[in-house]
Design a protein around this ligand. Structure first.
Ligand code: ADP
Ligand code: MG
Ligand code: MG
Length: 903
């Protein structure tokens, strides 16, 4: 018989941290904390298998579950000395969801289950605290009606009309009437009156009475948690995070401890290290006289946990100062947990009448800066080894470090409009949008938007994801918005209380300034500053980041795949080298053709009537190109530089507008008609399959000759000057080996001349791109005449899948949405199709030339999944844009470590 229920409490647990699949993250860690002796209120976990069963069997349970739950309740009762549903001294519990991967706020939790008209007097009698008991009751009613009676029943009311919001408005009205600012000012009588009003409203709106039976409440909550796994918001979060639907969630039923019993009670959350900066200091927030959800909901400004967590301007007392004893105990658990889990933990605690309880621990979300810093410092502290550190930083987190920030120079001269808490660093510019749906829609239309909300909730996740940044007027550093944004490395400012958001008028008011939806603002998430209008963003210099440097050096020790960069200018090449590129994998020469003083000669070349004219025009480009190559070869001295011969179709270089054609005609002493006719003749129906790549060099050998001469003369001169120039000449778009034979002959001839006139180039190689499917399939023939292959995976994808890169935007997103392709094959290599072509070419090429050098220079070179793939098929290097180089270095190291684990 299957076991579905796992008990924890009093220093023992049936589960453990390893059992996340079965118990969910929360349940597994509650069990773990209980067994290592932390004060965890007793309870039990109903496994994720029940969730799967429940959703597959029409929302029913396995037949043996009820008996197991009853037994676990008995055990809890015995331990706590209290009975569930007892009118004299009732045991109350929470029903908490907990999936395998942490999904902040996505699933539902109900507190104070078991409180009814019959047990309420018992709770009052036992605690001698009438206000407290009624406060628990109104919380239960609010959560239960929202989670179980509304969402659990699949009701989705229009924005602002949810039962929870309706009840909250009743609460606000009462507070206003009584002249209160905070919830805790509500008296027992107020709360009693309020709960009556709540019940009436629930009956009206949902057509059902709030249940007055403890068992009904418990099973209602359990069912709602399981059902919420299939709810819209959970499903949407899973899509974004790539969490499989069949994992399911567990339900944790746990004895309530009360942070809302009075001034000696409190609730809070903490991170064992600062999740925004990585600083090795306990970091957190707490609220006196409050229950768990209050901190995350962000309705009150929380107190700082300690002085290290204090935000500028917050004068509320810290736990550290107020109750040093309790703080010390908590800080001790912080150390225990971090040592035990050897990672930064995100924890929840509650203090009931000066007694501390631990309610949750999990691996804390962090942004890129913090992830990197913690990984490096934990290695220095001996907590983890380098391999663990490397695996702990996601490539996307490294990418974040390379993200833009608001130009500090401009910030100095601009007055911020408002200041909030710096919840997610980096800068962002965008238009104000007040609802998540509009944020999503406008982002889809290519707008940059900033989602501005009072506070966010899990229902907003799709809009938060679509937005450039998130700005809220309420909430602390651990509010929902802060947590979610941090997980994504998104710029975010919370608790910006000067903002007054008026949804009805679509306005945001700040100290007399009125902003409207659609107005542009700029956020500095690192400092929490909001500016009106656009302040341009600048890139940060990753080379100045010492942690990054150390970390990437560790990656380099591990990886076997080389990392090069694509760069077309000496500046980019230098930048790439700075970021760790071990060479240039692709220099595109066509960009060099567009500069004003050159394009003239390019056009003369294209429009020439005969080879002599063409040669004359083209040779005028030689000095320019030679200069270009000299610069790049010098910047990359000692490292290989792959230079690709002219690739794009020629019509890209000729003027298509009448006025320009007339000007060109004058310049070339021709008639405008002649020019137009020539331009029209260059028109192609499928330019991507047209006259381009090596086809140009074959029709017009002068082009190849000139480019080869420019490269080889530049290199030979450098060598002669004692510089280590290492050019690799790359012929594009080869599909038939004879194309390469043809081009190679020209290059070799030029080299012979250069060698005689200037001198040798010891490291010269001549190779080809493999980007035409025929080229991949006949790679053995091509390898006979190539010193290297570089996979042009953009064209290979384009021609292999038959998707025009320029036109696929109209259907490819739909393909990805409907799961035909798991991802855009232009972004992440299509391993089974295009990847197979790469594999074939690798095998065939190496069969002929075992030492054939193999690389990739398509967009895919900077995509982590693709990097894994290229490592596995045995390429020598990937080449990507300079700013992706650190990401590629990390991904290349991670794949080695993954393989090590798998074997
Ligand atoms: P989430 O996954 O959204 O954080 P939780 O299950 O952790 O949901 O619960 C929400 C809040 O209620 C948390 O602050 C938590 O600490 C608090 N809480 C949950 N169970 C209990 C309990 N038994 N006693 C006191 N507080 C609780
Ligand atoms: Mg929690
Ligand atoms: Mg190409």
């Amino acid at each position: 018989m299957s076991k579905y229920v796992y008990f924890f409490g009093a220093g023992k647990a049936e589960g453990s941290a390893e059992m996340k699949e079965l118990l969910g993250g929360k349940g597994a860690n509650l069990a773990e904390m209980a067994s290592i002796g932390l004060p965890v209120p007793a309870g039990f976990t109903i496994s994720t298998e029940v969730c799967t069963y429940f959703n597959a069997h029409d929302r029913t349970y396995p037949s043996t579950l009820a008996a197991e739950v009853d037994a676990a309740i008995k055990r809890t009762e015995k331990l706590m000395g209290r009975t569930f549903g007892d009118p004299k001294d009732p045991l109350l519990v929470s029903g908490r969801s907990g999936a395998r991967a942490s999904m902040p706020g996505m699933m539902e939790t109900v507190l104070n289950i078991g409180l009814t008209t019959k047990t309420l007097p018992g709770l009052i009698a036992r605690t001698n605290n009438e206000r407290f008991a009624w406060d628990c009751y109104r919380r239960l009613i609010t959560m239960y009606s929202d989670v179980v009676m509304e969402k659990g029943a699949g009701i989705s009311p229009p924005e602002g009309q949810g039962i929870r919001q309706q009840l909250d408005r009743l609460l606000e009205n009462l507070k206003k009437k009584q002249g209160y600012e905070f919830d805790y000012q509500l008296t027992a009588a107020d709360l009693q009156q309020l709960t009556d009003a709540y019940k009436t409203r629930i009956k009206e709106v949902l057509g059902e009475a709030f249940p007055d039976d403890p068992m009904e409440q418990l099973w209602g909550s359990i069912g709602a948690v399981f059902a919420s796994w299939d709810g819209k918001r959970a499903v949407s979060y899973r899509r974004i995070e790539g969490i499989p639907d069949d994992w399911g969630t567990a339900v944790n039923v746990q004895t309530m401890v009360y942070g809302n019993m009075g001034e000696n009670s409190a609730t809070g959350v903490g991170f064992t290290r600062n999740p925004a900066t990585g600083d090795d200091a306990f970091f957190g927030e707490w609220l006196p006289n409050a229950q768990g959800e209050d901190v995350v909901a962000g309705t009150r400004t929380p107190n700082p946990l300690n002085e290290a967590s204090r935000n500028e301007g917050n004068t509320l007392p810290s736990l550290e100062k107020l109750t040093p004893q309790l703080y010390k105990e908590l800080a001790g658990y912080r150390d225990t947990l971090e040592e035990h889990y050897t990672d930064m933990q995100d924890l929840e605690f509650t203090i009931e009448e000066k007694k501390l309880y631990m309610l949750q621990t999990r691996t804390g979300k962090r942004n890129g800066i913090a992830a990197l810093r913690m990984a490096v410092e934990m290695v220095h502290d001996g907590l983890i080894d380098k391999a663990t550190a490397i695996q702990r930083v996601k490539p996307s987190q490294l990418d974040e470090l390379l993200h833009p920030m608001v130009d500090p120079e401009l910030e100095r001269t601009h007055q911020p409009l408002a200041k909030g808490l710096p919840a997610g660093p980096g800068g962002a510019v965008g238009k104000i949008v007040l609802t998540p749906d509009r944020a999503e829609a406008q982002a889809k239309d290519g707008e940059k938007v900033i989602l501005v909300r009072t506070e966010t909730s899990p229902e907003d996740v799709h809009g938060m994801h679509a937005a450039e940044a998130i700005l809220t007027s309420r909430g602390g550093m651990t509010s929902h918005a802060a947590l979610v944004a941090r997980g994504w490395g998104k710029c975010c400012i919370v608790g910006c209380s000067a903002l007054e958001i008026d949804m009805d008028r679509g306005e945001v008011r700040v100290d007399g300034t009125v902003l409207h939806e659609g107005d542009v603002i700029t956020l500095n998430g690192t400092k929490g500053l909001v500016y009106q209008g656009e302040l341009p963003l600048i890139s940060t210099d990753p080379a100045k980041n010492v942690n990054l440097k150390t970390f990437l050096e560790w990656c380099d020790e591990v990886r076997t795949l080389g990392v090069r960069a694509n760069a077309d200018s000496p500046e980019d090449a230098e930048q790439a080298r700075h970021l760790g590129a071990e060479g240039i994998g692709l220099t595109r020469t066509e960009h060099m053709f567009f500069e004003p003083e050159r394009i003239k000669f390019v056009r003369q070349m294209i429009l020439a009537d005969n080879p002599e004219q063409r040669r004359e025009a083209i040779m005028k480009l030689l000095p320019f190109q030679k200069d270009d190559f000299r610069g790049i070869l010098l910047a990359m001295e000692g490292l290989p530089v792959t230079i690709r011969l002219l690739d794009p179709p020629l019509h890209e270089f000729v003027p298509h507008e009448e006025a320009q054609q007339v000007g060109l005609a004058k310049e070339m002493e021709r008639s405008p008609e002649e020019i137009r006719a020539r331009v029209e003749a260059l028109h192609e129906f499928n330019p991507m399959l047209g006259h381009r790549g090596c086809r140009l060099g074959i029709s017009y050998p002068e082009i190849t000759e000139m480019q080869a001469r420019a490269i080889l003369e530049a290199a030979a001169e450098l060598v002669k000057e004692g510089k280590d120039a290492r050019p690799e000449i790359m012929v594009p778009l080869v599909g038939h080996f004879k194309e390469l034979v043809h081009q190679r002959k020209i290059i070799e001839q030029v080299y012979e001349e250069v060698r005689q006139s200037i001198g040798e180039i010891p490291h010269l190689t001549i190779g080809t791109m493999i980007e035409v499917p025929r080229g991949a399939i006949t790679a053995d023939e091509i390898a006979e005449v190539a010193d290297f292959f570089s996979f042009g995976t953009n064209d290979l994808t384009q021609m292999g899948c038959g998707f025009s890169r320029d036109d696929s935007g109209s259907f490819l997103p739909h393909y990805v949405e409907s799961g035909i392709y798991p991802e855009d094959p232009f972004q992440s290599i299509d391993a089974t199709g295009i990847g197979e072509l790469v594999k074939i070419a690798v095998e065939k090429g190496r069969r002929v030339k075992p030492k054939l050098k193999l690389g990739v220079c398509g967009e895919h070179g900077g995509d982590p999944d693709s990097v894994h793939f290229f490592h596995k098929v045995g390429l020598d290097y990937v080449s990507c844009s300079p700013f992706r180089v650190p990401v590629a270095r990390l991904a290349a190291a991670q794949v080695v470590l993954e393989e090590g684990e798998a074997s």
